[in-house]
Design a protein around this ligand. Structure first.
Ligand SMILES: [Zn+2]
Ligand SMILES: [Zn+2]
Length: 107
């Protein structure tokens, strides 16, 4: 609770268009609140399937036709991993749906 430096009355919270201010209802003193602004989180999640760990859950992964070098199966889960630096290309990982062998695909 804060008090008006002019008249000593309790200041009231008043919402203005995009800010919240403390207002003295007696003398009209105003003080802006710096921390009171409500943060609206509107981060939209990217729809690109980029997983930062190398062993994601298989049920979320799409499959493609890819020849497994281990068992000759021709279906594999795939996902991409973005390295830390943005100018490096994403690495595509493939995992055999039969034997779970996992390998990378370069460019
Ligand atoms: Zn006042
Ligand atoms: Zn395989």
């Amino acid at each position: 609770m804060e008090f008006c430096p002019n008249c000593g009355k309790v200041l009231s919270l008043v919402k203005k268009s995009d800010a919240v201010v403390l207002v003295c209802k007696k003398c009209g003193f105003e003080k802006s609140m710096e921390k009171a602004v409500t943060q609206v989180s509107s981060k939209k999640k990217s729809k690109v399937l980029t997983i930062e760990k190398e062993t994601p859950d298989e049920e979320v992964l799409p499959t493609i036709d890819a020849l497994c070098p281990e068992c000759g199966n021709n279906k594999a889960y795939w996902w991409t991993v973005q390295t830390r630096s943005a100018d490096e290309p994403m690495t595509t990982f493939l995992r055999c749906t039969r034997c779970k062998h996992t390998w990378r695909e370069y460019g």
